[in-house]
Design a protein around this ligand. Structure first.
Ligand code: GLN
Ligand code: ZN
Length: 765
């Protein structure tokens, strides 16, 4: 009898109710009680949505972030927030985002301002968590109030509940020791708090507790492996049964370690680690094995018949010991497909969001428990959907497949090496030393958003929208001329989002109306759905860039998003490797690059903002990813003549460990984020001689602060210690779309003045 459960449900709400409730609370527009009510309403609704399962998660709901919740549960709050007066909820938001509700901030005068906790990506997802802070003196204290209250709430609603917590090793691993001390040294202080917590949950009636340890799918060194053994040995005094949950990858060398841990069950991500099911079954005699058989990271229907074919023998062996679940928490997928009214029916028939994924789990369990015949109609419908997707003309484009098959290694190579190209480029562009430029976007003003919304709603026609955008482009050009920048951009007014803009124009992409996924706090993203072979029916940017170029005598930089970034920010196909989808994107964007060149654009920037995020969780797999990702970029960029200058941009600062791959992209110029780290990250250039030109960002565009000329000169002077001045550019860290013109104009004025001063100094020397 296979048993069903869920690891976690999206909490934002099908209509993003939580987002709106949070924002109303923060703005002081609605009281704390209203926020609590929305939370309770969503929890109740989500339990109803999951009612077909045997065991439901509790504690997966969060007002901001599950890791921050855990920090509160463990009493691990930085001193700067502990001293605040007032409600726990307000301290929670202060740590999450620097401030709580408008009205709750009356204490600011006596308590001072607060720095928000650092935010970083949850494994290889696009979800961001608040990084726990540690130092050698960190102590912990137990506060189960949130979990106990939700458990009671679930019980009152007749829900058979399984509290979900983050395990002690993953919690430590995800945090940061602010003083550089050894995080593992905190384990003896941390474990008693976990033991107390488990005891309290047991007393409150929880039979099972799900303890998440996803770091078990990453490479662990000996002390961490040892720590797993010691931690779990003393963790559970028998108050509850523990289901150790691992997800996002294979256990590999950690599988034997997992088998030694004294837990009553283990969850394995059987989407990513299908080939480990046998080994796990063999290693865990007598214990519960939970298999994640429905993908919690994508939006495709599961092939139920194919799944049953490998699952049935496993079920025969395990009987009651088999549990079924999604591969990971459903936090990473949208809530309910039934909300989609505009998706093409055929494409829609291939999709499953969170609610549908849970229906699949129930169906699989029924097929295992009662035989396939008990769900014959459902299985037939599923088989039909899978088959139509497989054979659909929408998905398969023979021309694209032929183009991919025809790729030769030369396609990714420039005509000449950088040394030759750079001389030819300089002869054309005649740029000064320390050339100045920006990363692409200028402020997305209210006027721009209003025009776009009016166009989308059908209130203005295409001609009116285009002329509004042209006016914005003209304005951006005018401002750049006044500022005296050397390489200009059109400003990206016409782009809502750097991926969506291209996805909407490429064949093979679909867009949901309400497919929101939480990115952090109240912020959600709606990833486009890459469902078919990718092709470009017509030029996507040439008209806008050519118009901008016609307004100036200065070099215009054409602006594109690269294939790896488009891939990493989309829901992608599961019927072919990511690398193949990426290559198709590369061929499509390559056509755009060549069209821009043909139109006379001499500088083309191809953003790869998300290259780093695609790195596999295991270092051993980095090489393979970087190989195909870099190759895709090279296919996109390198078809141009020597005279055409290729730029790329990456908005992250840790690139030490992938600098060789970045150099391998062979862009003529790369612009990167550096200002916050005071150029320290350029230290890598002591070890690695970066061969091409580089623009280390000198203006932190994430902050409203305006850098002054002296600051910028100091940063560039530091950079010039590592990189010869002839190869340095002066630019901001990233695009300016989230800033106001009132900030951008003075900042860029200072930046241009700094570049002039640097030139004068170099010439005088
Ligand atoms: N060209 C894009 C912009 O300026 C780059 C954004 C990014 O790197 N995230 O907005
Ligand atoms: Zn950026």
């Amino acid at each position: 009898m296979a048993f069903t459960h869920n690891l976690g449900f999206p909490r934002i709400g099908a209509r993003r109710e939580l987002k709106f409730a949070l924002e109303a609370y923060w703005q002081g527009a609605s009281p704390r009680e209203a926020l609590f009510e929305t939370g309770a309403m969503l929890r109740a609704r989500h339990w109803r949505d999951q009612a077909g399962l045997n065991l439901l998660p509790v504690g997966d709901f969060s007002f901001y972030d599950q890791v921050l919740d855990m920090s509160f549960t463990l009493g691990n709050l930085p001193a700067r927030v502990r001293d605040w007066h007032g409600e726990a909820l307000d301290n929670y938001f202060r740590l999450a985002r620097g401030r709580s509700a408008a009205g709750a901030e009356d204490h600011a005068a006596c308590c001072g301002g607060i720095a928000a906790g650092e935010m970083t990506k949850w494994f290889d997802t696009n979800y961001h968590y608040i990084v726990p802070e540690f130092d050698a003196n960190t102590s912990f204290s137990f506060d189960a109030s949130r979990l106990l209250a939700q458990l009671a709430e679930a019980k009152a609603q007749g829900v058979t509940a399984k509290p979900v917590i983050i395990g002690p090793l993953t919690y430590l691993a995800l945090g940061k020791a602010k003083d550089g001390s050894d995080k593992l040294a905190l384990l003896p202080k941390l474990l008693p708090v976990y033991a107390e917590l488990l005891a309290a949950l047991g007393t409150a009636g929880a039979e099972w507790v799900q303890i998440d340890e996803p770091i078990l799918v990453t490479e662990l060194d000996a002390p961490w492996r040892k720590a797993f053994e010691t931690a779990y040995a003393g963790l559970n005094k028998g108050a509850v049964k523990l289901l150790l949950a691992t997800y996002f990858g294979r256990l590999r060398e950690n599988l034997p370690l997992v088998a030694t841990l004294p837990v009553q069950g283990v969850h394995l991500d059987a989407i990513n680690a299908r080939d480990e099911v046998e080994a796990l079954v063999a290693a865990l005699p007598g214990r519960i094995i939970s298999l994640g058989v429905v993908n919690g990271r994508n939006i495709w229907k599961t092939d139920l018949n194919a799944t049953l074919s490998w699952l049935e023998p496993v079920s025969d062996r395990l009987g009651k010991r088999l549990w079924l679940a999604p591969s990971c928490s459903l936090l990473h997928v949208p809530v309910d497909l039934r909300q989609e009214q505009k998706l093409n029916d055929e494409i829609k028939s291939w999709l499953a969001f969170a609610v549908q994924k849970l229906e699949e789990i129930s169906l699989l369990a029924k097929a295992l428990n009662q035989g396939r015949r008990a769900v014959a109609a459902e299985l037939a419908a599923n088989a039909h959907a899978i088959a139509t997707r497989h054979s659909s003309k929408r998905v398969n484009n023979p021309e694209v497949k032929a183009a991919v098959a025809a790729i030769t290694p030369e396609l990714g190579n420039r005509q000449s090496p950088f040394a030759v190209r750079s001389v030819k480029q300089q002869a054309q562009l005649k740029l000064p030393l320390y050339p100045t430029t920006t990363i692409g976007s200028f402020p997305q003003t209210k006027a721009i958003r209003l025009a776009r919304n009016a166009f989308k709603a059908g209130n203005i026609d295409e001609a009116a929208y285009k002329s509004a955008m042209r006016a914005e482009i003209k304005h951006a050009l005018c401002e750049q001329e006044k500022l005296g920048l050397d390489v200009l951009v059109h400003g990206e007014a016409e782009r809502n989002d750097m991926v969506e803009y291209f996805g909407e124009q490429l064949d093979g992409y679909a867009f949901s109306q309400a497919g929101w996924v939480q990115s952090y706090g109240s912020r959600c993203v709606k990833p486009p759905i890459l469902y078919g072979d990718i092709s470009r029916p017509k030029p996507m940017t040439v008209e806008w860039i050519s118009y901008a170029a016609s307004l100036t005598a200065k070099p215009m930089k054409g602006m594109l998003t690269g294939p790896v970034t488009i891939l990493n920010w989309s829901f992608v196909r599961d019927d072919q490797p990511r690398s193949v989808s990426c290559t198709q994107l590369a061929l499509a964007i390559r056509e755009e690059v060549l069209d821009l060149e043909e139109a006379g654009v001499r500088i083309i920037q191809i953003d790869e903002a998300a290259l780093r995020e695609g790195l596999p969780l295991r270092k051993a797999e980095w090489r393979e990813y970087l190989d195909w990702a870099v190759h895709a970029f090279r296919i996109t960029a390198n078809g141009v003549a020597d005279e055409t200058q290729i730029h790329t941009h990456m908005c992250y600062s840790e690139f030490n460990d992938i600098i060789e791959a970045i150099a391998g992209m062979d862009a003529d110029v790369i612009t990167i984020e550096t200002s916050r780290s005071d150029m320290e990250l350029l230290d890598v250039f002591e070890r690695f001689a970066y061969p091409n030109e580089i623009g280390p960002g000198v203006y932190d565009i994430h902050s409203p602060n305006i850098p002054d000329q002296a600051q910028i000169i100091a940063l560039m002077t530091k950079a010039a210690l590592r990189i010869p001045p002839e190869r340095l550019w002066v630019n901001p860290d990233c695009g300016l779309k989230t800033r106001q013109w009132s900030e951008v104009t003075p900042a860029l004025t200072n930046m241009v003045a700094a570049a002039r001063e640097l030139r004068a100094k170099t010439q005088a020397a």
